[in-house]
Design a protein around this ligand. Structure first.
Ligand code: NAG
Ligand code: NAG
Ligand code: NAG
Ligand code: NAG
Length: 448
């Protein structure tokens, strides 16, 4: 798991920080039978060492003699290519090229000649089942800003592809059925114009470990079976998903989960405790989630980021949150929370790794003993609550109106971990929020 997470983190850094470099990832999957290695050191954005221009065809006459007697056929023949797989890839790429309606970076002008492995955005490797036949193994169009009505008939017709990265293009239409691609493990179609319901064909991709659909126009519900996929990363933020989150969300093995900036309703599923050994960062931020804050969140023993800010979640904070010994960013701002901010949660700043506790814009009425220091040190933000004796609180009329409302959430003082005096070692350096995988996923790459 440690190696897997490290590789993943490296991979995501490539993906998010430097879209134009992500094609250079040397990430080698160490899972299952996937052992395809991705072209290394070939330029992602026209910086390749090989000239991506047309390779001279074997029939070209380079000696300056008279042209061949028979008229040159405009149709390339399989024998013009290093192997048959590359010939078929060539046909697929040329057909896709004809459907492209905008190409502000001049990418597709490199898609000429009989060496598709040199085309910008394409990387070759030999697939596991034919080690002597290098062909297109990775398609990395991140940041190319190509326009095409669909990628169906293209990526689904490149059978040896392991990665398809298409962040920041103007691709629309459905996500094609990719079940014919046995090696595919990373699918990134983020920041495009894909619309319609959740792309159901994705659910059949049992080898997928990275699924990034953020910044599209997908709408409706997210099927429960997404959370049965064996993913490490699932980014669904900034779409138009609504409806309740599936109750068995917690069966997902993902480490990084973003559901932010959609319209999800209903409660945060209690099954989240089943993700306690795998979930590292989760963003529920800015939806329409409601219900009581579940006790089970406190069981997320390796979570460093838990963000359910700007929803309509209510209740007191269960004392189980005091067991979030790894949490650095805990954001519950802009909800309908009330009661006392538990001392045991504030103690996480000293005994755990808590660096930022955002509870502003709720209806808390008092603070646990250890919380007062955190207000002073600005780790804890409790502005716009109902705490007597603190500045910048809600007007009393607003507070009493809320406080008179009937409350139905349980008060849970059970602490499901042994805190005693054996606290975890505080992190030597706490990350800045710009370094978290999930928070980075909330930013679109800047326009080229
Ligand atoms: C790509 O899509 C964006 C968002 O809809 C649009 O503003 C932009 O004009 C499109 N670019 C082209 C070249 O069509
Ligand atoms: C956690 O998973 C187990 C086994 O799959 C299941 O029986 C249980 O109901 C789940 N817990 C919650 C709270 O959903
Ligand atoms: C703390 O978290 C809140 C909510 O996520 C964020 O707006 C704020 O910038 C963070 N503060 C620091 C110092 O990281
Ligand atoms: C915890 O504190 C108690 C006394 O308060 C002490 O006897 C015990 O040894 C401490 N345990 C650890 C692991 O430091």
């Amino acid at each position: 798991m440690a190696i897997r997470t490290l590789l993943l983190v490296l991979c995501i850094i490539f993906l998010l920080v430097s879209p134009s470099l992500s094609g250079r990832t040397q990430l080698e999957r160490q899972r299952k039978a996937i052992e395809i290695s991705i072209g290394v050191g070939v330029g992602g954005s026209g910086s390749g060492s090989e000239s991506p221009t047309a390779s001279p065809s074997p029939t070209d006459n380079s000696c300056g003699c008279s042209p061949p007697a028979s008229p040159p056929s405009s149709e390339p023949q399989p024998s013009d290519f290093p192997n048959l797989k590359q010939y078929y890839a060539y046909l697929v790429i040329q057909r896709f090229k004809r459907s492209i309606t905008c190409d502000p970076n001049g990418v597709i002008q490199t898609w000429v000649g009989y060496r598709p492995c040199t085309y910008q955005g394409f990387y070759c490797a030999a697939p596991p089942d034919s080690p002597d036949t290098p062909t297109i193994a990775s398609v990395d169009f991140n940041g190319f800003r190509l326009c095409a009505p669909t990628v169906a008939g293209f990526v689904d017709q490149l059978p040896d592809v392991a990665l398809f990265h298409a962040n920041s293009n103007n691709f629309s239409g459905p996500i094609p059925d990719l079940t014919g691609l046995p090696y595919l493990y990373e699918l990134d179609v983020s920041n495009n114009l894909h619309s319609g319901p959740f792309p159901a064909d994705v659910l059949a991709l049992s080898n997928l470990i990275f699924l990034d659909l953020r910044y599209n126009l997908f709408a409706g519900s997210v099927p429960a079976s997404v959370f049965a996929l064996d993913l490490d990363v699932l980014f669904l933020n900034n779409n138009n998903f609504f409806r309740p989150l599936p109750a068995d969300l917690g069966s997902s093995p993902v480490a990084y989960l973003t559901l932010a900036n959609n319209g999800f309703t209903g409660p945060i599923p209690r099954s989240i405790c089943n993700a306690s050994k795998t979930l590292v960062e989760v963003l529920f931020l800015n939806n329409k989630l409601s219900g009581c804050l579940p006790y089970e969140i406190g069981l997320l023993s390796i979570a460093t980021v838990f963000d359910a800010g700007f929803n309509q979640v209510t209740g007191p904070i269960p004392w189980s949150f005091g067991c979030l010994l790894k949490v650095e960013q805990l954001n519950l701002a802009g909800n309908l929370l009330y009661g006392e901010v538990p001392d045991v949660v504030c103690r996480l700043a000293k005994d755990g790794n808590l660096a930022n506790l955002s509870l502003s814009g709720n209806y808390f009425t008092s603070l646990g003993l250890s919380c007062w220091d955190l207000v002073k040190s600005k780790v804890l933000d409790v502005r716009h609550n109902c705490i007597v004796g603190l500045p910048e609180q809600r007007p009393p009329s607003e507070c009493s109106k809320f406080l008179w409302r009937p409350k139905h959430c349980p008060v849970s003082h059970y602490i499901p971990c042994s805190l005693s005096n054996c606290s975890v070692k505080p992190a030597t350096s706490k990350s800045k929020s710009s370094e978290y995988m999930t928070y980075k996923a909330l930013h679109q790459p800047p326009p080229n």
